[in-house]
Ligand binder design. Structure first.
Ligand code: NDP
Length: 483
């Protein structure tokens, strides 16, 4: 343990503010298992203070800015984030275990979200509606007011960017509760916002534990909308708490996303994408392509090529910038181990696995990537989100079977189909039950502009793209009878 770890406070009203209760929480480096910083342990009192600051900003200087001025501020913030991308990446990499190049890509994505929503801020229009003679009817898109944002640890910068970027562009004032395992980059990004002139109170961050600070945010009657990304169970809890004060919620709850590979596919193009979709961020990605379904004619050769790639993958400390860093914490590592021991107990064949490099500290939370074949559709490895670098593969014989297998889980976030047959591309685009479908690609490189969200247990509401702005506003209808 370091003797003088860095100390981080809440960010409220453009000031650093210590925890109301004076307590702090340790921040652990997943690559080494060592404590390297402390964050404030927020409680209901801190959330109260942040909500009050946001309300005052919304009623005051922030609320009075024009949409164009909000957009200009976001644009300046985007530039500041880009200029500090290396510093943000370094913080994020140590905080979450992300390989440095992934953390840098996330910092650039954060800047890109602010850039996108900067441009969108003054293009959010209402409509006029033809009505009876003597009336003019129009709709106005208004901000909710004070929005709450509960951000997970897997992509803190990206999820903060997509959520807060859209909410601020629409004119809301924000209160953010990051995951206790991933606060540092967001606190630094908030100080950059203040440095480019974001009015005090427009953005506030309270760190702490989910059941304390997070729950207090979801329950707070001063919150007018909540955006939550995380597990299905916690999402339900947040939605129930929000319902007590009639607060609308957007839930993004992960998935068990399938990629279907037909015998006519360009397998050379598909292979690196299939692998990357499960190892990126050590598999801790809501849209991870965690299931691969392969048409029988190419099942064995494709499995052999996947196995060759998995065997060559290396996991190690974030600073080494290998294929994979560590998992985020001991709990997540244990979760992955539990899934793998269930696979072994259920006789699921292990096809290949990568390695953990020798230099990896024994106290780090490492997991080598694992390829499992013939995973039964009834097995929890086929049904449940592992959130680790574990790929489940299964064979199919025809389109009907492929579709039934792909749609046969509780989730519906993302799906991919690899085929050269144009009719089949369209049939699967229509029939796959998920929020996004990718044809002959997967993830489209992140897609800041592309609406994102799920169906079924993957949640509801859409973030990203222009669509998110509708979620962060409420529609008012004004009917004027003028004769
Ligand atoms: P959680 O859903 O518990 O955490 C997500 C966020 O919710 C964090 O900010 C957390 O804070 C906060 N939170 C926790 N409890 C509450 C509460 N009662 N009220 C309000 N906010 C709360 O996920 P875990 O970190 O426990 O991960 C478990 C599993 O969830 C993963 O293995 C994965 O399957 C899934 N997950 C999915 C994500 C996605 O992108 N869809 C992201 C993260 C996890 P804190 O961390 O401080 O407790």
């Amino acid at each position: 343990m370091l003797h003088n770890p860095m100390r981080f406070a809440h960010f409220i009203d453009n000031e650093t503010v210590p925890a109301d209760g004076g307590e702090s929480l340790p921040v652990v480096d997943p690559s080494t298992g060592a404590v390297f910083a402390q964050i404030a342990r927020g409680t209901a009192g801190d959330i109260d203070r942040a909500v009050a600051a946001a309300r005052a900003a919304y009623r005051g200087p922030w609320g009075r800015l024009s949409a164009t001025e909000r957009g200009r501020l976001l644009r300046r913030w985007a530039d500041a984030v880009e200029a500090h991308a290396d510093e943000l990446a370094q913080l994020e990499s140590q905080d979450t275990g992300k390989p440095l190049k992934q953390a840098r890509a996330d910092a650039i994505a954060l800047a890109r979200y602010f850039e996108f929503y900067a441009g969108a801020a003054d293009k959010l229009h209402g409509q006029t509606i033809p009505y009876q003679d003597g009336y003019t009817v129009l709709t106005i898109r208004e901000p909710h007011g004070v929005t709450g944002h509960i951000v997970p640890w897997n992509y803190p910068m990206q999820i903060f960017g997509r959520s807060v970027g859209a909410a601020l562009a629409a004119g809301n004032a924000c209160v953010v509760k990051p995951a206790e395992d991933a606060c540092l980059s967001l606190l630094r990004a908030a100080s950059l916002a203040a440095s480019v002139g974001l009015p005090a109170g427009a953005l506030n961050i309270v760190t702490g534990l989910g059941p304390e600070a997070g729950q207090a945010l979801a329950e707070h009657p001063g919150i007018d909308h909540i955006s939550f990304t995380g597990s299905t169970e916690t999402g339900k809890r947040v939605a129930i708490a929000a319902a007590q004060h009639h607060c609308p919620v957007t839930l993004e709850l992960g998935g068990k996303s399938p990629q279907l590979v037909f015998a006519d596919a360009d397998v050379d193009a598909a292979l690196p994408v299939l692998v990357n979709a499960i190892i990126q961020n050590c598999g801790q990605t809501c849209s991870a392509g965690s299931r691969v379904l392969v048409e029988r004619a190419i099942y064995e050769p494709l499995l052999d090529r996947l196995a060759e790639r998995f065997a060559a993958l290396r996991a190690g400390p974030a600073s080494m910038d290998l294929d994979l860093g560590p998992l985020v914490n001991r709990k997540q590592q244990q979760r992955v181990w539990d899934f793998l021991s269930d696979a072994q107990a259920g006789g699921v064949p292990l096809m290949a696995q990568g390695e953990i490099v020798e230099d990896a500290p024994a106290e780090g939370f490492y997991q080598a990537p694992v390829l499992l074949r013939d995973v039964p559709a009834s097995h929890r490895l086929w049904q449940d989100e592992v959130f680790g670098p574990v790929l489940a593969v299964q064979v199919f014989d025809d389109e009907d079977e492929a579709l039934a297998l792909a749609n046969g889980t509780a989730y519906g976030l993302v799906a991919g189909v690899w085929t050269r047959d144009g009719g089949r591309q369209m049939r699967f685009a229509r029939r796959l039950h998920s929020g996004q479908v990718f044809v002959n690609n997967y993830g489209a490189g992140g897609g800041v502009e592309l609406p994102f969200g799920g169906v079924k247990a993957s949640g509801y509401g859409r973030e990203k793209g222009f669509e998110a702005l509708y979620g962060f506003t409420t529609l008012k209808t004004v009917a004027i009878r003028h004769g």
